[in-house]
Design a binder for this molecule. Structure first.
Ligand code: ARG
Ligand code: ZN
Ligand code: CA
Length: 242
């Protein structure tokens, strides 16, 4: 990656209420968090335990806000069925092969956000974030008001799996992250031991776990490699250039 991947971002805002029509300041606060978290500039990066200091990563990818598209809607709560990405009721993505599209909307059922992995249809590519978990100001609400939902979702968009591999003692296909029993929530006390093979200390502060925003503050070198591989020639997101 070498600090050369620069991702243009278009934020698509769907709003039923005035509050859901999030401000440019709230949108920029989210871009700022992505730029900190993907460049090891987050203030809590230094809180990574010594045990993991050898594998914590500066991913070296930057994000540039290119445009904001807004549309009012009568939909009070969206699901994960991609309707917000379609011109019928939502906003179709802007040139998804060269732009990371983000949607801010009101998600139902306590869903903070969801993402499309590389290799999927262009028409639905991007990440969706509930307006109450978007950025750090305005409608952002604790404990998901530090912008880490987008960091996590962009991690998926860059091919990262959940650190517990979505199974008991499952694999995230990354060798320098420990095997976790399952998802962790809240802010776990350190050290939290896994009962999986080898009983490793879990990396609960990884962005790809399910803790509160304040509990997640690192990617690993192995995760960085998985992300970097997408942007080189032949990679699934090579159209974003190097
Ligand atoms: N549940 C969502 C997902 O699996 C996001 C979780 C984000 N967590 C957070 N602390 N913001 O993609
Ligand atoms: Zn996830
Ligand atoms: Ca692992």
């Amino acid at each position: 990656v070498n600090g050369k991947v620069e991702i243009p971002v278009v934020v698509n805002v769907l709003y039923r209420t005035a509050a859901e029509n999030i401000s440019l300041a709230q949108i920029q606060s989210q871009i700022d968090v992505l730029n900190k978290d993907f460049n090891a500039l987050n203030s809590d990066y230094s809180s990574v335990p010594t045990l993991f200091s050898g594998v914590k990563a500066n991913v070296g990818i930057t994000f540039v806000l290119q445009n904001v598209v807004r549309r009012s809607t009568t939909t009070s709560s969206w699901t994960t069925s991609d309707a917000m990405k379609k011109s019928a009721k939502g906003i179709a993505p802007t040139t998804p092969t060269t732009v990371l599209n983000m949607w801010s909307c009101n998600m139902g059922g306590g869903i903070l956000g969801y993402a499309q992995f590389p290799g999927g249809a262009s028409a639905t590519d991007g990440v969706v974030i509930d307006n109450n978990a978007f950025g750090t100001t305005g409608t952002a609400t604790a404990p998901f008001n530090l912008g880490r939902t987008a960091t996590h979702e962009v991690g998926h968009w860059m091919n990262l799996r959940h650190i517990w591999g979505d199974a008991t003692c499952g694999s995230d296909l990354v060798s320098d992250t420990p095997t976790h029993n399952t998802a962790n929530y809240g802010i776990p006390a350190y050290p939290h031991y896994s009962t999986c093979t080898g009983t490793p200390v879990e990396m609960t502060m990884n962005y790809m776990d399910y803790t509160d925003d304040a509990g997640m503050y690192m990617f690993s070198n192995g995760q960085k490699s998985r992300m970097a591989a997408l942007f080189v020639s032949g990679g699934a997101r090579a159209s974003f250039g190097i």
